[in-house]
Write a protein that binds this ligand. Sequence first.
Ligand code: PSU
Ligand code: MN
Length: 312
Amino acid sequence: MNADLEILPEVADALAGGGPVVALESTILAHGLPRGDNRRIADQIEGQVRASGAVPATIAVLDGRVRIGLGPADLDRLCESDDIAKLSVRDLGVALALHRDGATTVASTSALAHRAGIGVFATGGLGGVHRGAAQSFDISADLGVLASTPVLVVCAGVKSILDVPGTLEYLETLSVPVLGYRTDAFPGFYLSDSGYRVPWRVETPEQAADVVLARRALHTDGAGVVLANPIPVDQQLDIDLHDRTLAAGLALLEANHVTGKDVTPRLLEFFHSSTHGASLRVNVDLVLGNAALAGQVAVALSLTLAQAASAS
Ligand code: PSU
Ligand code: MN
């Protein structure tokens, strides 16, 4: 068993030189997007990070090794194999010991990115507090891990399939700041506005980077930062279609007794098939927007740190 990080040379070079790097998760590729589309989308996501001037580092576990940055053949395997586990932080040690392949969630990607020295991470939606969590105790490990991992996560809020106000309360309890990117509204993943407000907004990637640096200077950076980036209103899912699909999806999950880590992928799959691809289009657009913004924040962070170093 080998617990060392295997870092792609391009990523290692960027990190060594203080250059901008963006971590990307792999659960969205293996379990969140349909086969046949996921491989192409993986390249598009990495392309957005590059277009912003940063280096993408998609994170996964392959053959029981932690991989920071994947090459084309690794991405093929992750997107096409039938034997990719969904790995949260608790699963990482098991996957290493058993030499398994696995895709990392927001929780485990954040933890591994931090260990590799990567401070900015892009995803689609954050896991959160599920509806009925008071009975089911279903609260994504994403939240607890963010509470103790200093990584800035760019996401389109949380899916409206979750308990949105409950998730915002829980983030407050865990001392994880939530910044709206050019918005006062917490985004609802497929929808630009979840109907709930964010406590803070920033207008530029530089401001988001400054928040990270101020937290470091204050030594209040034990937790991560959520940078909530909404899908533009003209690209969001039709609200009636969204509400109908959500109601049907939740009923289906309950009827089929779907629990644990299967909940999120099953619901996403239901959305994609029953909206005939409309939700998929939105999902892809929002991930690409988040990857581009994360790249801009990573560039701003790297420039500010370089200026501070040359001034001192
Ligand atoms: N949101 C999406 N697509 C996804 C996920 C979230 O729109 O694929 C994934 C992320 O990897 C996230 C995980 O970390 O689902 C949360 O899973 P759970 O709800 O089981 O904690
Ligand atoms: Mn869960």
